[in-house]
Write a protein of this length. Structure first.
Length: 280
């Protein structure tokens, strides 16, 4: 538990430093600094020089976005796998429009305010995914009506309709894989989340392709496989969320995340300085 008394003090050039070892913070008379490793663990983005002190004035929004993502993903994956005979998303359509997107959008705005580029992109990406995919779960919109036939009055089983969704998920897989490349600069858990969710999007795309060809048995197997991958994603997301919340609540835990930042050049310097060092 953090104390109000200094744990360790030093006089360095007239600046009195106070170390909060539980969280890895270093407080001086001019503000609070954080090691690049701890910053990346709590904010999931490389520590770079910022104009202003927003990360000192505002709460860390990253965990809030993770909560929305994880609750929605857990529910989504379990329904896909058909646990307990579950089928269809109509009873839990709120995960597509409220639980996921609302928390992710709030987190995205504050990540933007704080200047955290990559988490802002991640929150925005998943927010629009849940919103757009949720539209497919509202039969009242009649999105498949244009494909309706006498044999399929709803149009939901038509080859054209399912082929369109398959293409959409295929594109999402490539977008998510692009994000995976950049997570390789942060930590292994975050990278695994994006790798698995990319593969999961492609597997679900395959399920829709199989529906479009009438191979419903293969489609069912692919749907369950995609659900299993997303379940693992949700577990990893909850683990990451727990670590961030524990750090912010000053709970002394040292759970591994597989830090990857030490394989890359330092980012807590100005770009001009980094460029000069690279040239030298």
């Amino acid at each position: 538990m953090a104390t109000t008394e200094p744990i360790n003090t030093a006089n360095n050039g007239g600046i009195r430093a106070i170390h909060d070892e539980e969280k890895g913070l270093y407080k001086t008379t001019t503000g609070v600094t954080m090691s690049p490793e701890l910053f990346e663990k709590l904010y999931l983005t490389p520590k770079v020089p910022h104009v202003g002190d927003y990360n000192k004035r505002f709460a860390n929004p990253t965990a809030l976005g993770f909560v929305g993502f994880v609750i929605s993903t857990f529910t989504f994956s379990m329904v896909l796998m058909g646990w307990g005979g579950a089928s269809g998303f109509t009873p839990v359509v709120g995960i597509f429009f409220f639980v996921g997107p609302v928390l992710l959008l709030f987190a995205m705005v504050f990540e933007w305010v704080m200047g955290n580029f990559f988490p802002m992109m991640v929150m925005g990406l998943f927010a629009v995914f849940w919103l757009s995919f949720g539209m497919l779960q509202l039969p009242t919109l009649g999105l498949a009506a244009a494909y309706a036939t006498a044999d399929d009055p709803t149009g939901f089983s038509s080859p054209q309709y399912n082929a369109v969704i398959a293409l959409y998920l295929l594109v999402w897989g490539f977008a998510l894989f692009t994000f995976f490349i950049f997570t390789c600069k942060i930590n292994s858990v975050f990278a695994a989340i994006f790798l698995l969710v990319s593969v999961g999007a492609w597997v679900l795309s395959g399920a829709y392709w199989k529906v479009s060809t009438g191979d419903f048995d293969a489609a069912g197997k692919l749907q369950k496989g995609g659900g299993a991958l997303l379940f693992i994603v949700a577990v990893l997301g909850w683990y990451m969320c727990f670590i961030i919340m524990a750090g912010e609540m000053r709970i002394t835990l040292n759970l591994p995340v597989g830090d990857l930042s030490h394989f890359w050049p330092k980012t807590d310097v100005e770009l001009a300085t980094q460029e000069r060092e690279h040239k030298d």
